[in-house]
Design a protein around this ligand. Structure first.
Ligand code: SF4
Length: 387
């Protein structure tokens, strides 16, 4: 029997087409999509059987053709500061990480867009993992469903939201997986879907300049730039995509970002690397570079990972750097590291997935279901988070 198709991640038109292909009369497809969306994204239904206001025959028909399966949780780790990291799996060798960061006023879910990454930002653990493949809309939306399940965060059963913000800052460069990220974020921000305001969704890029304007126009989320250096020569080394799209082009694209304003500022992330980019001259140059752009600056104390070529700046240096940034009018610029003890902090994400030849993968699918052991996870060999 053919494998059942998941309804997660399908937009309304694609879901209607899938239902019609499964034998549903065309005239009722639209209404059924609305009902199914409500069950999936408002109630968090994982099974058609719980959709008790829908006819039993219809539920049976749905269950015969479709699933509501989420990515499988391989491991869950909880940091001493409450940060949670899930290693998820959707097939042999397809593993990726998602991180939930609770704060007093909000809860942010850091979502991955790719398994591995083609870029090789030197401060980033994910950058040491070759791209395995792009995540599908179902896998991207699935990260939110897993988090809402684990946190008991469904609007129909729990008042107040735990996941209030989404940042596309997990593994991968989202603008190199544009279509799938766009399709997923449409469901995340649809009032009938996961219903997060676009203002609460941020897409972070290492600087894929030609896609920035398109992202603003077609996705319309907040924008974050993984900046990390104020001179091309140094940024070429830390964020090598800079060789292709240098600082001037990047900042011009930011200036033209649709919807950027003082109430919707672009976030510039700047990882503090000891003796590399943390001089006070760099701080002054940073302020100058961003003049005229509605910007927020996030200074990120470097989060180490095994074999990392950098060390975190001294705290006293971060403070002096931050003071210059502060005086220029950027409030609270230092980001407190979260989840370092479980390798969930910024720049630390990585999974063990590797790109395999199709023949090897097929053989593995037949033989062994899991490619990552608990021990590897617990001993901190897995990691995460980039931009
Ligand atoms: S920072 Fe982002 S773009 Fe750069 S290597 Fe890491 S995951 Fe890839």
């Amino acid at each position: 029997m053919a494998e059942k198709r998941s309804l997660i991640g399908l937009d309304a038109a694609a879901m209607a087409a899938a239902l019609i292909a499964a034998g549903l009369p065309e005239k009722s497809a639209k209404m059924r999509v609305r009902q199914l969306w409500n069950w999936i994204y408002v109630h968090g239904a994982r099974d058609f059987a719980v959709m008790t206001n829908l006819a039993k025959d219809f539920r049976t028909q749905m269950a015969e053709h479709f699933t509501l399966a989420r990515p499988e949780i391989v491991t869950e780790q909880i940091s001493s500061d409450g940060t949670r990291k899930w290693l998820l799996r959707t097939g042999p060798g397809i593993e990726f990480e998602t991180v939930y960061i609770p704060e007093a006023e909000r809860g942010t879910l850091c979502v991955s867009s790719q398994v591995g990454c083609t870029l090789t930002c030197r401060f980033c653990h994910t950058g040491t993992q070759k791209l395995v493949r792009n995540l599908t809309p179902a896998e991207i939306v699935g990260q939110l469903l897993v988090a809402r399940d684990a946190l008991n965060d469904w609007p129909s059963t729990a008042p107040g939201r735990k996941v209030t913000n989404v940042v596309m800052m997990g593994m991968g460069e989202p603008l190199y997986n544009f279509d799938n990220v766009k399709a997923a974020l449409k469901i995340v921000t649809d009032g009938d879907g996961l219903a997060l305001s676009k203002r609460r969704v941020t897409l972070s890029t290492a600087g894929v300049v030609p896609m920035i304007e398109k992202a603003g126009k077609e996705i319309g989320s907040g924008l974050a730039i993984s900046l990390h250096a104020v001179r091309d020569e140094l940024r070429d080394e830390i964020v090598p995509i800079n060789k292709k799209y240098p600082l001037k082009e990047l900042l011009d694209a930011c200036r033209a970002y649709p919807g950027a304003s003082n109430s919707r500022r672009i976030t510039f992330e700047y990882v503090m690397l000891m003796g590399v980019n943390d001089s006070l001259a760099d701080a002054r140059a940073l302020v100058k570079l961003l003049a005229g752009i509605p910007a927020k600056i996030n200074l990120i104390p470097f989060n180490p990972w095994p074999g990392a070529p950098y060390e975190c700046s001294e705290w006293s240096q971060i403070e002096k750097f931050a003071e210059i940034v502060n005086k220029a009018g950027y409030a609270s610029p230092v980001r407190t590291p979260r989840g370092r003890d479980i390798m969930a902090a910024c720049g630390q994400l990585k999974s063990q997935s590797v790109k395999e030849r199709a023949s090897t993968r097929l053989a593995a699918e037949k033989l062994a279901p899991t490619s990552t052991s608990m021990n590897e996870v617990q001993s901190g060999q897995l990691a995460r988070m980039p931009h």
